[in-house]
Design a protein around this ligand. Structure first.
Ligand code: FMN
Length: 162
């Protein structure tokens, strides 16, 4: 198996995307990098939705505390985000603008509140043109008890990416 890194952002207290990242880590033994913003998004749901909406309208991307210094060690990157306003979250938008994924194999995953993956995969392909993007996977909230099996099936389907 090649070397893999899981990069993800998770905002809510439920930490749904973190939960999925952890299951992927258990099944792949990939390294993990959690994206954090310099200034946290507001900690109540309504305020966070409003702030994210304003940032989208004004094309404002948050400053990140740190981005992975070097992806040279990794062949495959799992990229996880909660869905915000039908797309990848602002912190992950910020990350994909700054990090060069050219030549990397990207396996996208996301969690959502019922609206599905939205434009996440399409926008990721637009932004990361030089990457080889595998089949994405989306979970409702933390994916429930089936998440582990769904992830192992997904990893098998994308075996050529690992
Ligand atoms: C700012 C914001 C915008 C959201 N927009 C959507 C959306 O467009 N569609 C959807 O299904 N869920 C939306 N949600 C719900 C989250 O995608 C969902 O709760 C997700 O699992 C949270 O992941 P996390 O716990 O890792 O932060 C939104 C949540 C927030 C905070």
């Amino acid at each position: 198996m090649t070397k893999s890194l899981i990069i993800y952002y998770s905002w809510s207290e439920a930490a749904n995307t973190k939960h999925i990242a952890e299951i992927i880590r258990q099944q792949t033994e990939a390294d993990v990098f959690r994206v954090k913003t310099v200034k946290p998004y507001p900690d109540t749901y309504a305020a966070c939705v409003a702030k994210a909406g304003m940032d989208i309208l004004s094309s404002t991307l948050p400053e990140l505390q740190k981005i992975p210094a070097d992806l040279n060690d990794y062949d495959t990157i799992f990229l996880g985000t909660p869905i915000w306003w039908g797309n990848m979250s602002q912190p992950i938008k910020s990350l994909v603008k700054q990090v060069d994924f050219s030549g990397k194999k990207l396996l996208p995953f996301c969690t959502h509140g019922g609206g599905g993956k939205g434009k996440y995969l399409a926008k990721l392909s637009e932004t990361c043109k030089g990457a080889i993007i595998g089949t994405g996977i989306a979970f409702l909230k933390n994916g429930g008890p089936e998440a582990e099996t769904q992830i192992s099936d997904w990893l098998k389907q994308n075996g050529n990416m690992l």
